[in-house]
Ligand binder design. Structure first.
Ligand code: ADP
Ligand code: ZN
Ligand code: ZN
Length: 874
């Protein structure tokens, strides 16, 4: 057993013809921190192994879990047959759905990442951790008086086991009881008095919960006020709630009120099985809505899709895309298939999840990295059952092991959080979703109010369909539903790939553009007012709120409305500098200034680095010249909050950013509190832009758009347009019309103009032109090579050597940009340099193989990595 390179494996499918009958050897991934690469084991006569099985194998002195990757007829060269150990047992078979391995292999090859890392990224963490390692005595082998010729620790382990019922305990229990037990166990195993084994994970047991159901008011008995409240709460919640939720909602400390209501025959309390992953109360059942003509048109097309195809559902904010998803999924479930719904962030899932659960009840399950390891493991097993279900999750849910996948939906498909940059593999969930749809032959639906240029290009061929109506009253003549794809532009022979450009003639039938140009009930899109902050300053207004925004905020209370304030940065201020000498407080580990954090009056004043999280106390005096005059620049969420409280003490405010949502369920709590009217204003960062649908919000204020507008990255404009349009789209989603106020020092910026007029097509046309001119995606393809290390000179030497090799091995049509230092060259004491490769043709697999050899030009002190199809180059 010895690690081998694993980057070009062809992995067998877990099908019966690949059973171990004809193979004597299996290559496995061992679940052990110090195992590296693949290890080969012998398959004994007693077991049958298939690729994808979970095994227990001897490793070092113990038995560990492993995943069978590939069956081979020959052990690898240079390995002595006698050295190869034998697979102990098959613990679980069929842990992966069909064609799953093909997907993982494809990711490994495309993203230049070892298969092992792809597997680790796909599977729930500590997958094998649930298989308990145990030790059992082999009583027959233990001689009488064993204690006399046995080391002390071994004897203590032996004694412990002998006193147990079956001579059998878990490894961790023994370790708890006997200090240094591992040595003792090894000793017993060596003497063949005991053996270790892996206990397969226990079958998930259903969990039960108490549910309270409303029966009748029962006028013949007397009811207290408290009891009446409980009944009223039940009635507004559809007549049924879990006991826990009911107690919480009515602020009951015990269940005695509920019990007396049960005695009086007003309610019944029953034990019922609860889906362990959906502990929150089920939302009231909801019925399909009568679709608008446009929604119906889009749905008809989606329903007609056969097998693999990509449909872009381009609907303005509040146009009812979610309703279309719900209706598209219903027939999939009826066909006993499952659907996968991917969303950008957990902050967005509670609301969306509720809407899905209101429609599909317990068939909905949630999978994202915010779940505990145990929850992820349980969900994984539950998905494998093959029961028709809807899985909603973030990026990593694209790996959900659904055996009968009938549809994949990516909501807010333009969102860059679908791209993982670290750790490897640097995959884009949209690209992976596309491959998965292809492999299992099912449709992929991409939804957005601001589609990415890639998806737009793929489904429209870059031609502009009729303009999306900005609050138009009548639907445009051609507007809704299916468009005949225009003749496809130049592209090449490779299959279409999101994020990598290129199209084939066959894709004509495979790609569809669907549009929802109007909000439901023809609600207008909110008018967007642009405020020139330079002008405010000239008028003598030095506050962070313009007159317009201050006015609107001042009217909130009176009108009983709510507002959202968007700030592009958390913290208080973006940097602190000395008024006397100009010294800027910088992070000692990174090339960035420190942000000032002052969450509330009286709190400790801190400086924090947003790159490495370095934190220090804010000094009273300038460290350079001792001057006490330190000034704060830039505006973060905390500062806006403090200013708002000063200017409008009557307004209640909630903050929604990564500082306040780091705990579990915090997203849900903050949004629920806001929806329940416990605050007038929600202040937040990027998170606010994502799919929040709150009817009472009429005012959206962007405190400063400038932080979004100026970045060196080629996608900066696209991102700024998307963010601003999305945040504007939170206003006026209910019956009352909305209002958006964007404050900026650069009102003439083209992005601002496009946001003001809700003109996606015009924006995208200009943007596409620029991308085409420079061969950027969706026209060309990019690979970013990154070198980092603690020694700046070493990193620079390495990256220059790599650039030289690139010049030699890459064809002329691949442009080599750099090497150049990253925008922030030093982060957490590591220097960062990069090279950008740009090619009009997609990078071929052969070329990628060549790129893999570049690693060898880096000394061990410099780490080297690839980012294939990078979405941020900073
Ligand atoms: P989007 O996802 O496009 O921003 P949503 O799906 O959130 O829009 O829909 C906006 C609101 O309109 C939601 O509250 C939704 O329940 C409602 N809605 C959607 N479709 C319809 C319809 N056909 N009739 C009535 N209301 C609808
Ligand atoms: Zn100073
Ligand atoms: Zn730092």
């Amino acid at each position: 057993m010895y690690p081998q390179s694993s980057s070009i494996l062809t992995v067998a499918e877990p099908r019966s013809e690949y059973g171990s009958k004809n193979y004597e050897w299996v290559e496995v991934l061992v679940d052990c921190p110090y195992a590296e690469g693949l290890y080969t084991y012998r398959i004994g006569d007693e077991v049958e192994v298939k690729a994808g099985d979970i095994l227990s194998v001897p490793f070092g002195n113990s038995v560990v879990g492993a995943i069978a990757l590939r069956l081979v007829s020959q052990p690898p060269e240079g390995l002595e047959i006698e050295q190869i150990k034998t697979v102990e047992d098959v613990i679980t078979s069929g842990f992966f759905p069909p064609r799953y391995w093909e997907l993982l292999t494809r990711i490994s090859e495309y993203y230049l990442t070892d298969l092992i890392y792809v597997i680790k990224c796909a599977l729930p963490p500590k997958l094998l951790g649930k298989s308990q390692k145990r030790v059992r005595l082999l009583f027959d082998n233990i001689p009488l008086g064993a204690e006399n010729f046995c080391p002390r620790i071994a004897w203590r382990v032996l004694e412990l086991l002998q006193n147990s019922k079956n001579g059998d305990y878990t490894f961790s229990y023994i370790n708890q009881k006997v200090k240094g037990a591992r040595r003792g166990i090894n000793d017993l195993v060596k003497r063949n008095w005991a053996q270790t084994y892996l206990q397969p994970p226990a079958k998930a047991k259903p969990k039960y919960q108490k549910v309270v159901t409303f029966i009748s008011e029962n006028s013949s008995v007397k009811i207290t006020q408290k009891q009446r409240d409980v009944l009223a709460t039940l009635k507004i919640n559809g007549g049924e709630l879990s006991q826990q939720d009911l107690m919480q909602k009515c602020e009951l400390n015990s269940n005695s009120v509920i019990n007396s209501l049960a005695k009086k025959g007003c309610v019944v309390v029953q034990e019922r099985e609860s889906l362990r992953l959906l502990q929150n109360s089920a939302p009231a059942k909801d019925q399909p809505k009568i679709l608008t003509k446009e929604q119906q048109c889009a749905l008809d097309t989606i329903n007609s899709l056969q097998g693999y195809s990509v449909a872009l559902l381009h609907g303005v904010t509040g146009s009812g895309k979610t309703e279309v998803y719900l209706r598209a999924i219903a027939p999939i479930l009826e066909q006993k298939k499952s659907a996968l719904v991917l969303v950008p962030e957990i902050g967005l899932t509670p609301q969306l999840t509720d809407r899905f659960r209101a429609r599909f009840g317990s068939q909905v399950c949630v999978y994202h990295s915010g779940l505990s390891d145990g929850e992820r493991y349980d969900t994984w097993r539950q998905m494998l059952t093959g029961e028709p279900q809807v899985v909603i999750g973030t990026r990593s849910a694209v790996f959900a092991p659904l055996p009968n996948l009938g549809m994949i939906i990516l909501d807010e498909e333009h969102d860059t959080s679908f791209k993982q940059s670290q750790p490897v593999p640097p995959y884009h969930a949209k690209t992976v979703a596309q491959w998965r749809s292809e492999l299992v032959d099912c449709p992929l639906i991409l939804g957005s109010a601001t589609p990415s240029l890639e998806s737009w290009q793929l489904t429209t061929g870059g031609q502009t369909p009729p303009a999306l109506g900005a609050g138009r009253q009548t639907p445009p003549a051609l507007g809704a539903g299916r468009q005949t794809p225009p003749a496809l532009g130049a592209g090449g022979q490779t299959p279409p790939e999101l994020g990598a450009g290129g199209q084939t003639p066959e894709s004509e039938q495979k790609n569809h553009y669907l549009s929802l140009p109007n909000r439901v009930y023809n609600r207008p899109l909110p008018p967007v007012e642009i405020v020139d902050m330079r002008h405010e300053l000239r008028k003598g207004n030095r506050s962070i709120f313009s007159h317009s925004l201050a006015n609107a905020l001042g009217n909130l209370k009176e009108e009983g409305k709510q507002a959202i304030l968007f700030i592009s940065r958390r913290g208080h201020s973006t940097f602190v500098s000395c008024r006397s000498c100009g010294y800027v407080m910088e992070c000692p580990h990174c090339d960035v200034s420190l942000s000032y954090h002052y969450p509330k009056e009286g709190a400790t004043q801190l400086l924090r680095c947003h790159y490495c999280n370095h934190t220090q106390i804010h000094p009273k005096h300038c460290p350079e010249c001792g001057s006490p005059y330190l000034k704060f620049f830039g505006t973060g969420t905390q500062k806006v909050l403090l200013e708002l409280q000063k200017a409008f003490p009557e307004l209640k405010v909630l903050r929604f950013d990564s500082d306040t949502t780091s705990t579990k369920n915090a997203h849900r709590r903050i949004l629920e509190d806001f929806e329940a009217g416990k605050a007038d204003v929600l202040i937040g960062t990027q998170m606010l832009t994502k799919g929040i649908d709150l009817a009472q919000v009429t005012l959206v204020g962007v405190v400063s758009a400038d932080g979004l507008l100026f970045h060196s990255d080629y996608r900066a404009s696209e991102r700024a347009f998307q963010t601003l349009t999305q945040v504007a789209g939170r206003a006026g989603r209910g019956d009352d019309p909305g209002q958006v106020i964007i404050q900026t020092y650069s009102p003439e910026h083209p992005v601002i103009g496009a946001v003001r007029t809700h003109n996606y097509s015009a924006f995208i046309a200009t943007e596409l032109e620029q991308r085409e001119m420079l061969d950027y995606p969706p026209y060309g393809s990019l690979i970013l090579l990154k070198c980092t290390g603690a020694d700046g000179n070493k990193v620079r030497e390495a990256v220059e050597a790599i650039a030289d090799v690139c010049e030699q091995i890459l064809p002329d049509d691949v442009e080599i940009l750099g090497p150049a230092p990253a925008n922030v060259m030093r982060v957490a004491r590591r220097y960062r340099w990069q090279i950008l490769l740009k090619s009009l043709e997609p990078f071929s697999p052969q070329l990628k193989q060549e790129l893999l050899t570049l690693k060898q030009y880096c000394p061990s002190t410099v780490s080297f990595s690839f980012d294939v199809d990078p979405v941020r180059i900073e």
